[in-house]
Ligand binder design. Sequence first.
Ligand code: PLP
Length: 376
Amino acid sequence: MSDVPLHPETLAVHAGREVDAGTGAIALPIHPSTTFQRDADGGFSHGHIYTRYANPTRTHLETCIAALEGGVEAAAFASGTAAAMTVFQGLGPDAHVVASADSYHGILRLLREIMAPWRLAVSTVDTTDPDAVRAAMRPETRLLWVETPSNPLLKISDLDALADIARAANAVSVCDNTFATPILQRPLEHGFDVSMLSTTKYLGGHSDVLGGALVTRAADAFWERIRFLQGAGGAVPSPFDCWLMLRGAATLPLRVRAQSENAGRLAEHLVAHRMVEAVYYPGLAAHPGHALAARQMNGFGGMLSFTVKGGEAAAVKTAANVKLIKRATSLGGVESLIEHRASIEGPETRTPRNLLRMSVGVEHVDDLIADLENAL
Ligand code: PLP
C-alpha cells in the first residue's frame, strides 16, 4: 500500500481494500462462496479452499483490523464472545487464568460457567493494581486477561506493567480493547500478545452487525493454535457481515473522536449535576486512572457510567425518562444508549444498583445534555 507508516484515518479507509481487478469497482465485492475450485492437479492456486478456513471478504477485514491494531495478523469471529472463547480453548487443559474483576460480565460467565467445568481455574483481580496481579499469578497461569477501560466501571489498568508481569510468568497476555478501539489504544505496542475486540461495538459502529476479532503481535505457536481453532471450531462471521464490518471500519476514527468529545462534555455536565452521585469517566481529572489513561490512550473514549442519587429506583426512572437517548444494552453505535447495568448483569453483579452506563453517540452534544437534563 505504502512504504511510509500510514495514519489510522488512512488505514481505516484503505487497509485490506483494493480496487477489484476484474471490474475496477471501488467498493469491495462480497464473496459469498463457501467453496473454491481446485486446480486440475488438485492444488489451490487461488489460496482458498472452504470459507470456514478462509474467505476473501474475511481476509480483507482481517487485514484492515490487523493494520489498525498494529499487529501482524488478525482473525475475525462471529462475535466478541466467540473470539474470547477461542482464546480460552487455546489454553489447553488445567490452565489457570487471571482476569480483570471488572471485565464484561459475559466474558467472566464464559470462564466461570463454561470453561471452569473443563478444568480451567480463574482468579479475578483488580488489574488496576499490578501488585495484586503479580500475587495472583501461579506456575500454571497461562493467560492474563485485561480489560481497560473496563466495563462498566471504566477502570484503567497499566498495560506496560501488566504485559511485563505476564511475560515474566510465561503467560499469554490479552487485552479486551473493545471500549478504547485501536484508535485510542494499541495494546500490542505496550507488549501485549493479543488484542481482542468485540467488533459488534465501535468497529461496526451502527448496531447492525455482530462480530469479534483477535489480533496478534507475533505469528507464534499460540497464534497458530488460534488460527486452527478459528477454522476447525467454525465460529466465523459470514462474508456479508465482514463486508458490513469493513464499511463501518472506514469511519471508525471519525466516529470515535466525535463520541469521545461528546462523552467528555457529558461527563463534565453530569459531575456538576445535583442528582448525580458519581461519574465514572477516565477523562475527568478526578478519575483515579486519569493520568494513566492520558499516558496510554489517545483520548478517553465514548463510554461513561454514573450513579444517580436516590438509589436504584431513581436510576431506573432516569433511564425511563430519556426521549432521544435509547434504553438498550450494547455500545459503540452512532446512536446514544443508556442502560441500567446491574439488571442486565444478573444476580451476581457487583455493579452499583443506581448505576447507569451510557454509550455516547455522534448526535449534537447539546441535544444529549438537554435529554439527560430533562430525564434527571
Ligand atoms: N467485550 C466487551 C468489553 C463487551 O462490552 C462485549 C459485549 O458487550 C463483549 C466483549 C462481547 O462481545 P459480543 O457481544 O460481540 O459477543
